[in-house]
Ligand binder design. Structure first.
Ligand SMILES: [Zn+2]
Length: 472
C-alpha cells in the first residue's frame, strides 16, 4: 500500500454471507477444536479435552467440534470415556452430520430428551453416535448464550458482514428465536426446514428458501420429497438443498423436475416470472462435487450454487488424500460455473470454515491448501468476482427499512462486477463497509497468494441500517 492509498478509505456494499449457521458458529466460539489443524493425534485430542475440563467447573458439559477420523479413527463412547472421564462430552464430526457422546453425556441425554426421540434411526446409544438427528442434539447443553451470540455478531461485523442467510434446517420458530439477539447487527434471512412451513419467523427475521438436507444413502420416500418441494413452492418459497455428494445433486435435479412438471413451468428460476409470479430461485448448497456434465444442467434450470471456497483452503490437503483423483476437478467449482452462466453466491458455512469472508475470497482467488498445493487452478476467480458473489442481496425481498436512513449516503466505490444484465444492481444504501484502502489496493492484497491475516483487517467500519455497528 502506498502512502497515497492509505489516505483513501473506500466504501463498499456490506458483505452477505449466503450460508452460515449462527447458533452453531456462536457455540463454536466456546467449543474445543478436536480436529486438524489444531489436533492431529489422539494424544493431542486427549490434551485438548483435559485442558478444557480444567477450565470448566467440575461436571460441566464440553462441546467438541471439527473432529476428523484421521485423528483417532471412528469415534465411539468408549474412546471418549477414556479421553474425558469426568465431564459429559459431545464431539461433532467436521461434516456436521454426526455427534458422538461419552457415557456421561448419554446418561444426561436419556434424562433430557423425550423418549420418543431416542427411537430416531440416527441414534445409537451403544456407540454414542448420533447421525443426522439435529432434533436430538438440539436440546443438549451447552447452549450458546447471548454473550456468545454478541461476540459472534461483533466478529462478523468486524469482517464487514452486514447480511447473512442462516441455512440451518430449523424445525420451529422457537428454535430460531435466539437469533433475534443479533438483528441489530445483521440482516438475517432464515431458511428453516419444511417442518417450519406455515410458521411465521420471529419478528426481525426474514424467510428465505426452505432448506432440504438429503442423505443419498438413505433418501426420503420419493413421493414425500416431491410433495415437500411442491409445498415449498406453493408457499412462494424456493428450496435450498444440501448437496455435498454427487448422488444428492442428481437426486435433487430429478426431484425438482418431478415437482415442477419437468418443463419450463415454474422451475424456480422465474425470479419474478415463476409459476405463481413469485420471485424465487432454487439453490444448491455447497455443490462440493459437480461433474462437468451437470454444469449445463444447473445453468439450464437457473439454479443458484451457494458454495464455500474456504473448504479448499482449509481441507484441501485432506481432499487430496480422501477424494478420488478423477473427481478432484469437481471439488467446489466456481469459475466453470460462472463461465457457464450459473449464478454463484459465496459463503463460509461457519462454523465449518472460519466465519471470515475475506479468507473465503482469498481462498476463491488462490485455491491453495495449507501445503501450498493448488486445487484445480482453472476454478480460481478474480477478487472482483469473489467480492461480487459475497455482496449480492437477492435471496430475499426484505427491504423493510429501505426508505429509512437515506441520509447515510455511502458513496459505494464499487469494484467492477461481472456483467449480469439479469441481476439489477440493488445495493442497499443503508448498509456498507469502509475499507482502509482503495479497492485497487485491496484487490492487490487479495491477489497476493501469501497475503496473511491482514486482508481480514481491511475493514475499518461497518454500517447496518444506517447505524455504525462496528469500527476499528
Ligand atoms: Zn451448512
Amino acid at each position: 500500500m502506498t502512502s497515497a492509498d492509505a489516505l483513501q478509505p473506500t466504501w463498499l456494499p456490506g458483505l452477505h454471507d449466503h450460508h452460515i449457521h449462527l447458533l452453531a458458529a456462536a457455540a463454536a466460539l466456546d467449543s474445543v477444536k478436536c480436529g486438524p489443524p489444531s489436533v492431529s493425534t489422539v494424544e493431542q485430542l486427549a490434551e485438548a479435552l483435559r485442558a478444557a475440563a480444567q477450565q470448566r467447573p467440575p461436571g460441566s458439559w464440553i462441546r467438541g467440534v471439527g473432529y476428523h477420523q484421521s485423528v483417532a479413527g471412528d469415534l465411539d463412547c468408549g474412546l471418549l470415556d477414556r479421553l474425558c472421564p469426568g465431564n459429559p462430552l459431545r464431539v461433532q464430526h467436521r461434516s456436521g452430520a454426526r455427534w458422538t457422546l461419552n457415557t456421561a453425556a448419554i446418561d444426561q441425554l436419556r434424562g433430557t430428551i423425550p423418549a420418543a426421540l431416542l427411537d430416531h434411526p440416527g441414534v445409537d446409544l451403544l456407540t454414542g453416535r448420533i447421525h443426522r438427528a439435529d432434533e436430538v442434539i438440539r436440546g443438549l447443553p451447552p447452549h450458546p448464550d447471548t454473550a456468545a451470540l454478541e461476540r459472534l455478531g461483533v466478529l462478523l461485523n468486524s469482517h464487514g458482514v452486514t447480511t447473512v442467510t442462516d441455512t440451518t434446517p430449523f424445525v420451529s420458530a422457537a428454535d430460531v428465536a435466539p437469533l433475534r439477539a443479533l438483528t441489530a447487527r445483521l440482516r438475517i434471512t432464515i431458511t428453516g426446514s419444511v417442518q417450519m412451513l406455515g410458521q411465521d419467523p420471529p419478528p426481525g427475521l426474514t424467510l428465505g428458501p426452505v432448506k432440504f438436507v438429503l442423505d443419498a444413502d438413505d433418501p426420503p420416500p420419493w413421493d414425500d420429497l416431491v410433495d415437500q418441494i411442491r409445498a415449498a413452492h406453493a408457499a412462494g418459497r424456493a428450496i435450498a438443498v444440501h448437496c455435498v455428494e454427487a448422488d444428492t445433486l442428481a437426486l435433487t435435479l430429478t426431484a425438482l423436475d418431478a415437482a415442477d412438471g419437468g418443463g419450463d413451468r415454474g422451475r424456480g428460476g422465474g425470479r419474478g416470472r415463476g409459476d405463481a409470479g413469485q420471485s424465487m430461485q432454487n439453490r444448491i448448497e455447497h455443490g462440493a462435487l459437480i461433474d462437468v456434465q451437470t454444469i449445463a444442467e444447473l445453468a439450464r434450470r437457473r439454479l443458484r450454487v451457494v458454495t464455500q471456497p474456504s473448504f479448499v483452503a482449509e481441507r484441501g490437503d485432506q481432499y487430496r488424500t480422501d477424494v478420488d483423483p478423477r473427481r478432484r476437478a469437481d471439488l467446489y467449482r466456481v469459475r466453470s460455473l460462472l463461465d457457464a452462466g450459473v449464478d454463484v453466491s459465496l459463503s463460509t458455512d461457519a462454523p465449518y470454515t472460519a466465519p471470515d469472508p475475506w479468507a473465503a475470497i482469498h481462498a476463491a482467488v488462490h485455491r491453495r491448501a495449507a501445503s501450498g498445493h493448488v486445487l484445480s487452478p482453472d476454478e480460481r476467480i478474480t477478487p472482483d468476482q469473489a467480492l461480487a458473489a459475497f455482496t449480492d442481496h437477492d435471496d430475499h425481498d426484505d427491504h423493510d427499512d429501505h426508505d429509512d436512513h437515506d441520509d447515510h449516503d455511502a458513496d459505494h466505490d464499487r469494484p467492477d462486477r461481472p456483467d449480469r444484465p439479469d441481476r439489477p444492481d440493488r445495493p442497499d444504501r443503508s448498509d456498507g463497509i469502509m475499507l482502509d484502502r482503495p479497492w485497487t489496493a485491496a484487490r492487490r492484497a487479495l491477489a497476493d497468494r501469501s497475503a496473511d491475516a491482514t486482508v481480514s483487517q481491511m475493514v475499518i467500519a461497518t454500517v447496518v441500517r444506517g447505524r455504525v455497528v462496528w469500527r476499528r
